[in-house]
Design a protein around this ligand. Structure first.
Ligand SMILES: [Zn+2]
Length: 401
C-alpha cells in the first residue's frame, strides 16, 4: 500500500520540477526581451528625444516626448526622508499650509519607490540617475551606510562597473549651476561620484569641467538645509544662473526610527511631519517673495520611502507602508492636477500594489531626475530608464498665470 502513493508522489514531483524548469525558462526569456528593448548601455537617450520630437503631428499610442513650452530657470528636487504619502494627506487635512501649497500643482500620493528596495541611498540614487536598483541597467548601489572612500570603490561608477550619469551631469554640461544640500553624511556618495576626477568630460560645448556638482553641503539632521537652499537659490538668481538643486530633509526618518511611523493624532512622527510642512511652507514662501525666482522656479517633492514595516524601520520592500510615497510637481501657477491623469503613459497602482519592475509603469521617485530636466527644458539623463522619454506630465502644459 505504501508503494503506490510513493510512486504517485514521485511522478508529481517530476511534473512540478518540469513545470518549474519551464517557468524559469519562460521568465528568463521575458527578462531578456524586456532588457533588449531598452536602450543599450552607453547609448544616449537623447536619440529617442530627437526622433520622437519630429513625430508631434502623429498621435501615437504612446505620448511623444515634447519640449516644455516655457522652461523653468530653477528646479528643486526635494526629498523628505521617510515621508509617507498618507502623512502628507493627513497634514493637509489638518490644515497645515506647506504640503497644501505644494499640492497646488500636478501631484499623486500613489507614487512608488524602487520595487526591490526601500532604503535611503538606493532610492536617492534612483532619483538622481533615473535608474532602478536591480538589473544590467540598474544603478546597483546597495550599501546604505557611509560609503567607502573613492579609492575603495565608493562611487556609483565603481558599483555599476561603468559610468553612471546623473541629472547633475546633464544640467552641468548645459551650463546650469548644480547643487546638493543633504542632511545625512552618507550623501557624500554623490559628491565622491561626480568630482572633477570622477565626473565624465563635459558632453556639451563650452567645456565647464568634469565636476558635476558646483555646491555640496551636508547639514546635520536637516538643520539649516532650507536656509542654505534659499541662500543658494538667491545667489544663483542674482548671478543670472539657471540652476538645479537636490535638497534632502531627514528628520521624518530619524523620528520614525526612534518612535515608529505612528499615524495617530499627536504622535512624534506627525509632529515631525508638521515641522517638515513648515519648512516646505517657508521654501514656497521664499520662492514667491523673490521676484527673480517667482514664476521661474519649480519644486519636485518626493520621498525615498515611507516607513513602519517593521515598526521602527522601512526595510520590508513589499509593504505598502514603505513603498507608497508622494510625488508632487509644484509649478507655482496654482493649478492642481492628478499626475496620473496628466501622464497617460503611466499606470496608477491600487494602494496595495507595489508594481514590480516589469509590472507596468507607475510614477516612481526615480522619475524625479528626468522630470526635473524636462522642466528645465533639458534632455533626459543618458542611459537612464525611468522617465527617460520624459513622458511624465505629457498631458500638461504650462500656462502663464
Ligand atoms: Zn531610515
Amino acid at each position: 500500500m505504501q508503494a503506490q502513493p510513493q510512486r504517485v508522489s514521485g511522478r508529481a514531483v517530476g511534473a512540478v520540477m518540469f513545470i518549474a524548469a519551464l517557468a524559469v525558462t519562460i521568465a528568463w526569456i521575458v527578462i531578456r526581451v524586456f532588457f533588449t528593448v531598452q536602450p543599450a548601455e552607453g547609448e544616449p537617450s537623447g536619440a529617442t528625444m530627437t526622433a520622437s520630437s519630429n513625430a508631434v503631428g502623429s498621435v501615437a499610442e504612446r505620448a511623444a516626448p515634447r519640449a516644455i513650452t516655457k522652461p523653468f530657470d530653477h528646479v528643486i528636487v526635494l526629498s523628505i526622508d521617510g515621508l509617507r504619502a498618507d502623512a502628507v494627506e493627513d497634514a493637509v487635512r489638518r490644515g497645515r499650509p506647506g504640503f497644501a501649497a505644494l499640492l497646488e500643482g500636478p501631484h499623486t500620493l500613489e507614487a512608488r519607490t524602487d520595487p526591490d528596495i526601500t532604503v535611503t541611498l538606493p532610492n536617492h540614487t534612483g532619483m538622481v540617475t533615473g535608474r532602478l536598483f536591480k538589473g544590467p541597467q540598474g544603478h546597483n548601489w546597495l550599501p546604505n551606510d557611509l560609503p567607502p572612500t573613492i579609492v575603495e570603490g565608493g562611487t556609483l561608477h565603481a558599483a555599476h562597473g561603468s559610468y553612471v550619469p546623473s541629472m547633475w551631469d546633464v544640467a552641468h554640461d548645459h551650463g546650469l549651476l548644480t547643487g546638493m544640500i543633504a542632511s545625512k553624511e552618507k550623501f557624500i556618495l554623490y559628491d565622491n561620484t561626480y568630482r572633477e576626477e570622477q565626473g565624465a568630460p563635459d558632453a556639451v560645448a563650452p567645456d565647464h569641467g568634469r565636476a558635476k556638482l558646483d555646491v555640496v553641503e551636508l547639514a546635520f539632521r536637516g538643520e539649516g538645509v532650507e536656509r542654505k537652499a534659499e541662500a543658494a537659490l538667491d545667489r544663483a538668481a542674482a548671478d543670472g544662473r539657471r540652476s538645479l538643486w537636490f535638497l534632502h530633509f531627514a528628520d521624518t526618518d530619524f523620528t520614525g526610527h526612534g518612535k515608529t511611523w505612528d499615524m495617530t493624532p499627536g504622535s512624534d512622527y506627525l509632529a515631525c511631519v508638521d515641522r517638515m510642512d513648515a519648512l516646505v511652507d517657508r521654501l514656497v514662501g521664499h520662492v514667491g517673495s523673490n521676484p527673480s525666482l517667482k514664476g521661474r522656479t519649480a519644486i519636485i517633492m518626493t520621498a525615498d520611502h515611507g516607513g513602519g514595516a517593521p515598526p521602527l524601520s522601512h526595510t520590508v520592500h513589499d509593504s505598502p507602508l514603505n513603498f507608497r510615497i508622494p510625488f508632487v510637481v509644484w509649478t507655482g501657477d496654482g493649478a492642481a492636477g492628478d499626475l496620473y491623469a496628466l501622464s497617460p503613459t503611466r499606470s496608477r497602482p491600487s494602494a496595495s500594489e507595489r508594481m514590480t519592475a516589469t509590472g507596468g509603469a507607475p510614477i516612481r521617485n526615480a522619475d524625479a531626475g528626468n522630470c526635473a530636466l524636462w522642466l528645465l527644458g533639458l534632455p533626459s539623463i543618458p542611459t537612464s530608464t525611468v522617465g527617460a522619454e520624459q513622458d511624465l506630465l505629457a498631458g500638461w502644459s504650462r500656462t502663464d498665470r
